[in-house]
Design a protein around this ligand. Sequence first.
Ligand SMILES: [Zn+2]
Length: 162
Amino acid sequence: MFDAPILDPRRLCRLGETVEGHCLPADLSALQGELHNPDGVVQYRVVGSLSADQQPLLSVYITGQVQLTCQRCLEAMRFDLDLCTHLVLVPDEAALPALEEEQAGWDVIVCPTQLVVADLIQEEIVLALPVAPTHAQGPCGASTVLAAEPAAHPFAALRSLT
Ligand SMILES: [Zn+2]
């Protein structure tokens, strides 16, 4: 686990504070089963604020790269993270909105007494990972993909002879 703070989320929001830092993919224990290798870096920023009606809001921004395993060729595949999540913190479950009332782009959660920043970051990344990551066709080493590429121009071979 990486060295990220554990905070009082209500205080963070009230003061409008920002927590930011970076960690290595290897520090994210929840990701270990997903990583092809530990290369990469993850930057995070958690911004607290209050809505117009004094509701605590958390915005979570995550950028960086991790190395997943391509499910087609089983080689390493760089996966770019560019996540932005907005959370509305409500005091208890009774305050959670019904599904049909949920606003697009906002997730409503019961405010935890402690905000473990490292856990928050990990959860957001795990949610964002593709179920079956695969390279784009060009960089993928799998032969089935190469065969599917358009046939080379008939004169391309001649060019390589010169
Ligand atoms: Zn591949």
